[in-house]
Design a protein around this ligand. Structure first.
Ligand SMILES: [Zn+2]
Ligand SMILES: [Zn+2]
Length: 383
């Protein structure tokens, strides 16, 4: 992807900034240094920072502060509790913390977009707010930002995520559901334990656990219509402490990924019914703890088409992509305003959240350029 001579300085600057963020990753809601680093650059370029009661993360504003037309660009800034094994020479200096989801890339691209917008600020037909959002990985940052009211007047929001499954030079999205609704659940089975040789004295929660595991998968294959994708994974099971005692409790935990609200509600409702039935059959008490996460990212058809149309102007080829069962708290913004979430090809061999994950920086400046063009064109469309 070519970078024009007049943009070489900004491209090099955000490249160096990306590596600096990568060296000093911070966990969700603890992005203090990251916030300070971004703020220092915004100050250096005399870019306004919106005064908001945020612990970490920040919002920059460009254009006419009094304009009714507001377009929002969103990036995220937090890292993950992973020990980095990428082998890069700018490896994380913060033990056990790593930018394994590429939020260093997103924040640097958004910063580049803000700098590019600053250069044409007096010509902008409205306002652009650029979000450097904290705590995406724990799905708390977007609700916290919405609660400040900073986006109350927004007409449209655009978000990006790097995607190692797409090559550099390609970006992709789709209308409708793009990411999954993410819910977490845990189940406690309380029964009566016994001597391992006398199971008839109790009701063996280990056997009940086995019934629950099987029933959960049947729920998907026999309740969810085949054209409504959903995933239920059980990821932890615990019971017992020795070989000759049948325990009185069993516990399991897992996650549900869905692409529409009906399926999401159906799975929770049927899970409760099935657990009640198994509990009755085995004379045990089974309790379900359901922890709702973000819903599915659902792209506005008109704005996602618009966003894909702008791709060639920044040197990208645009693709329509499949929905992916990852979670993204960008979904919370879309409950309050129209929006489009775009996947940017970052072409690495390792998946997001992998300890060896890395992004290809050839996509960095083009992403900044793309975001700034998207904001300008969206403001023009809103006139
Ligand atoms: Zn992530
Ligand atoms: Zn992410």
């Amino acid at each position: 992807m070519k970078i024009r001579p007049e943009h070489q300085d900004i491209a090099q600057f955000i490249q160096a900034f990306r590596l600096e963020l990568h060296r000093f990753p911070e966990l969700s809601n603890h992005e203090f240094e990251t916030t300070a680093r971004i703020k220092a650059v915004l100050d250096q370029y005399q870019i306004r920072i919106v005064d908001l009661p945020l612990k970490t993360g920040l919002v920059a504003e460009l254009g006419d502060a009094n304009s009714p037309h507001l377009v929002v660009l969103r990036s995220d800034i937090d890292a993950l509790p992973i020990e980095e094994q990428s082998g890069v020479d700018y490896v994380s200096q913060n033990a056990g913390v790593m930018h394994a989801c590429g939020h260093d890339f997103h924040a640097s691209a958004a910063l580049g977009a803000a700098i590019l917008l600053k250069k044409i600020e007096h010509t902008l037909p409205g306002r652009v707010r650029v979000l450097f959002q904290a705590a995406e990985e724990i799905f708390e940052g977007a609700p916290a930002l919405l609660a400040t009211g900073a986006l109350d007047d927004a007409a449209v929001i655009f978000g990006i995520h790097n995607d190692p499954t797409l090559p550099v030079g390609v970006l992709g999205s789709k209308a409708g559901a793009l990411t999954a609704g993410v819910d977490r659940f845990d189940i406690t089975i309380s029964g009566t334990g016994s001597h391992a040789a006398r199971p008839h004295d109790g009701n063996d929660p280990v056997i009940i656990l086995g019934q629950v595991i099987g029933a959960v998968q049947t729920l998907l294959s026999r309740n969810v219509p085949s054209d409504h994708n959903a995933v239920v994974s059980i990821t932890q099971v615990h019971s017992g402490s020795t070989w000759n005692v049948i325990p009185d409790k069993a516990w399991l935990e897992g996650t549900v990924r869905t692409f529409n609200q009906d399926t999401r509600e159906l799975i929770e409702r049927r899970l409760r019914q099935i657990l009640q039935g198994i509990g009755d059959a085995f004379e045990a008490t089974i309790t379900l703890n359901w922890l709702a996460g973000p819903p599915s990212v659902v792209n506005d058809a008109e704005w996602v088409e618009f966003a894909l149309e702008q791709a060639p102007s920044a040197g990208f080829e645009a693709l329509t992509v499949q929905a992916s069962p990852i979670g993204e708290d960008f979904a919370f913004y879309q409950q309050q305003m129209r929006g489009a979430f775009i996947m940017i090809g970052s072409g690495g061999p390792y998946s997001l959240h992998h300890p060896a994950f890395r992004v290809d920086d050839r996509a960095l400046f083009p992403t900044a350029d793309y975001l700034h063009r998207l904001a300008v064109k969206a403001l023009e469309k809103l006139q």
